[in-house]
Unconditional design. Structure first.
Length: 195
């Protein structure tokens, strides 16, 4: 089972890197060096919601990938999902009367070129941004990388669930994302995914 998960994660990471490398430089890509976000509206969401590894994607051999396992509690929350509802709908499906619980693999990485917070940590699923770590947790994430002698190019794959996303005659619920990792980053054990 662990071997199969490892192969799946490697395939996802390979796909993400390949997708970033093949993406043309056009107005739909985010250039974080010159990026000043506009208010999130339906028109701007589609253009500002893709994970971009940087203006020059790192070579495959330069990217270190790790896996962090949880206890299947999916108790680790992220923030900012409200800005990425369009992406979450593409991942989990349109809202309907049944609350969603969509299993997936999330990719976590530092986003040092973020104009609002150089310690930002972005969370993506299917090559789409779905949220961020809160500021305090992001600082702890950077400390974890520093303690493990890892740079900001590191990609961490974790199990995740997209939850919520219902719409019935009485109410509507937004999508959220839960990660299956220990709440305390000090308890994260990084298992290297070999190229």
């Amino acid at each position: 089972m662990d071997f199969i998960l490892g192969v799946i994660i490697l395939a996802i990471i390979w796909y993400l890197i390949k997708a970033v490398r093949s993406r043309p430089n056009n107005a739909n890509n985010i250039d974080y060096k010159n990026y000043v976000p506009k208010p999130k509206t339906p028109e701007t969401l589609s253009n500002q919601s893709t994970i971009v590894l940087g203006t020059e994607p790192p070579k495959y051999s330069e990217v270190l990938a790790y896996r962090v396992y949880g206890d299947e509690s999916f108790a680790f929350d992220i923030v900012g999902e409200a800005s990425y509802q369009q992406n979450l709908m593409q991942i989990a499906g349109a809202k309907n009367e049944v609350r969603k619980s969509h299993n997936c693999i999330a990719i976590i990485r530092a986003e040092p070129t973020n104009p609002h917070d150089p310690n930002a940590v972005v969370v993506g699923v299917d090559n789409k941004i779905v949220g961020y770590f809160d500021r305090d947790t992001a600082k702890k994430f950077h400390k974890l990388l520093q303690d493990k002698n890892l740079n900001e190019q590191v990609i961490i794959a974790v199990e995740a669930k997209v939850v919520g996303g219902w719409a019935d005659q009485y109410s509507t619920g937004d999508y959220g994302v839960k990660l299956d990792v220990p709440r305390s980053l000090g308890k994260w054990e990084l298992d290297r995914i070999e190229n």
